[in-house]
Ligand binder design. Structure first.
Ligand code: FES
Ligand code: FE
Length: 394
C-alpha cells in the first residue's frame, strides 16, 4: 500500500488520464447563486450530511439545530436515549420551533408562537384549546421526521425521500480511500472524547475548501509546520492522491504536534502499520477526516451561501486524555494553523472566481488530477451529463 511520490501516475486514481493539465470548474460555479441552490438541492439535501456529534447531546432533551441545504434540521436526544431528527418547523403555522443553535428542553419542544408542544419523538402532545379542535388530528400533525444514522460518533441526516445507501456512499467512500475496510474502525472514533472544537466562518465557496483539502501542491508554500511533521507533503502530493496511503511522520517528529513534541499514546486498536502516519479522507459532500495515531480530526462544513461556508472542526482523543485534563494544545495548534492557512488561501481565491481571467476556470497540475474526479462528480450530480457524456455546465 505504500506509495512512491516520484511515480504518482502509477498508483493514483488519476492513472489513465492524460498527463497534461486539466481544467477546474469554470469560475461562475463558485459564485452563482443558481448553482449554489442546485447544489443545495442535489447534494446537501439529497445525500447523507454529517450534522451533529452525538456526545454533544448527552441527555434526553438536549438538542441542536443545523442548516442542511435550505432546511433547518433539529436533532434531539429522546427519552430512550436515542437521537431523532426533524425539520425545525412547527406544523401549526410554520414557526421555527427552536431558534437557538443548541439547548435543552425538559417538557418537550414547545413552539414559541402559539405553544403547540411536541414530545422528543416529534408527536404533537399538547396545544392550547386542543380539546375544542376535533379537526386537528394529532397523529397527523407531528414534526416531520428526518432520517438519521450514527457513525464515527456523529449523527448523519438525509433529507431525501429515498436516501442513497449509507454503506455505499459514506462508509464505502472511506473504505475505498483507505483501501482497508476496517482502517477507520481501528481509531474507534465513536468512543473518543472531544478535546477541542473551533468554528471557522470562511468567506469562500465550499468547493474551494474541498479542493484545497484534497491537494497538497500548496503545502510547501503555506504549511511550514505541517511539512515539518510530514516532510513528503513538501513534494506537493497529497495523501489522498494514493489509495491507502498514510503520510509518514518525519523521523525527528515525536508526535503530530505543532513543534514535533510527543503526543499521547496510540489509540487502542490503531495498528502498527498506522502508527506514525497521517491519513486524510474526504467524505462527499461536506466532511474531512484526518487520522493520526493519537487523535482524530473531523471537519464538518455547513455551506451557507455561494461565497460563505461555516466549518466546524473537532479534535478527538482517547477519553482518558480528555478526562485526565492533559494538555492537547500542541496537537490542536498544529491543525488549527493548517486550517487558518488553508481558509485564508480559499478566501484569497474566492473574489477572483468572478474575474474574466477565471471564466473557463484554472488548471489542475498532475499532482491535483484526483480533484478532477470531484469536479466531475459535482457537475454530474448538479447539472447532469451532456449528450457527449461530459458534465453539463449550467
Ligand atoms: Fe407553532 Fe403556532 S406556529 S404553535
Ligand atoms: Fe492545506
Amino acid at each position: 500500500m505504500t506509495m512512491a511520490p516520484e511515480s504518482p501516475a502509477a498508483e493514483s486514481p488519476a492513472a489513465g488520464r492524460s498527463p497534461s493539465l486539466i481544467a477546474t470548474l469554470p469560475g461562475h460555479w463558485y459564485t452563482d447563486p443558481g448553482i449554489f441552490q442546485a447544489e443545495q438541492e442535489r447534494l446537501f439535501e439529497s445525500l447523507w450530511f454529517c450534522a451533529v456529534r452525538g456526545a454533544d447531546l448527552e441527555r434526553p432533551g438536549a438538542f441542536r439545530t443545523v442548516r442542511v441545504g435550505r432546511e433547518s434540521v433539529l436533532v434531539v436526544r429522546n427519552r430512550g436515549g436515542e437521537l431523532r431528527a426533524f425539520l425545525n418547523v412547527c406544523r401549526h403555522r410554520g414557526a421555527r420551533l427552536c431558534t437557538e443553535e443548541s439547548g435543552s428542553v425538559r417538557r418537550g419542544l414547545q413552539c414559541p408562537y402559539h405553544a403547540w408542544t411536541y414530545d422528543l419523538d416529534g408527536r404533537l402532545v399538547a396545544a392550547p384549546n386542543l380539546r375544542n379542535m376535533p379537526d386537528v388530528d394529532r397523529s397527523e400533525r407531528g414534526l416531520v421526521p428526518v432520517r438519521l444514522r450514527e457513525w464515527l460518533g456523529y449523527a448523519w441526516v438525509c433529507l431525501a425521500e429515498e436516501p442513497p445507501s449509507f454503506e455505499e456512499t459514506v462508509v464505502g467512500a472511506v473504505t475505498e480511500r483507505l483501501g482497508d475496510a476496517d482502517a477507520v474502525g481501528r481509531y474507534g472514533a465513536e468512543s473518543l472524547a472531544l478535546g477541542h472544537r473551533v468554528g471557522y466562518d470562511v468567506r469562500a465557496n465550499w468547493k474551494l475548501i474541498v479542493e484545497n483539502f484534497m491537494e497538497c501542491y500548496h503545502c510547501a508554500t503555506i504549511h511550514p509546520e505541517l511539512t515539518d511533521v510530514l516532510p513528503e507533503f513538501a513534494n506537493g502530493y497529497a495523501a489522498q492522491y494514493f489509495v491507502g496511503h498514510g503520510a509518514e511522520f518525519a523521523p525527528e517528529a515525536r508526535g503530530f504536534t505543532v513543534d514535533g513534541s510527543a503526543g499521547f499514546g496510540r489509540i487502542d486498536g490503531v495498528s502498527e502499520e498506522q502508527d506514525r502516519r497521517y491519513y486524510a479522507v474526504t467524505i462527499r459532500p461536506q466532511v474531512f477526516v484526518n487520522l493520526v495515531p493519537d487523535h482524530v480530526i473531523l471537519h464538518r462544513m455547513f455551506p451557507l451561501a455561494a461565497d460563505r461556508t461555516l466549518v466546524e472542526c473537532d479534535w478527538l482523543y482517547a477519553p482518558e486524555v480528555v478526562a485526565g485534563g492533559h494538555d492537547v494544545s500542541k496537537s490542536v495548534e498544529l491543525f488549527h494553523r493548517v486550517n487558518v492557512q488553508d481558509f485564508a488561501a480559499c478566501e484569497r481565491t474566492q473574489p477572483a472566481m468572478d474575474s474574466r481571467a477565471y471564466r473557463s476556470g484554472g488548471v489542475l497540475v498532475p499532482g491535483e488530477h484526483h480533484i478532477g474526479d470531484f469536479h466531475t462528480w459535482v457537475a454530474e450530480r448538479v447539472a447532469g451529463s451532456a449528450p457527449d457524456g461530459r458534465p453539463r455546465t449550467p
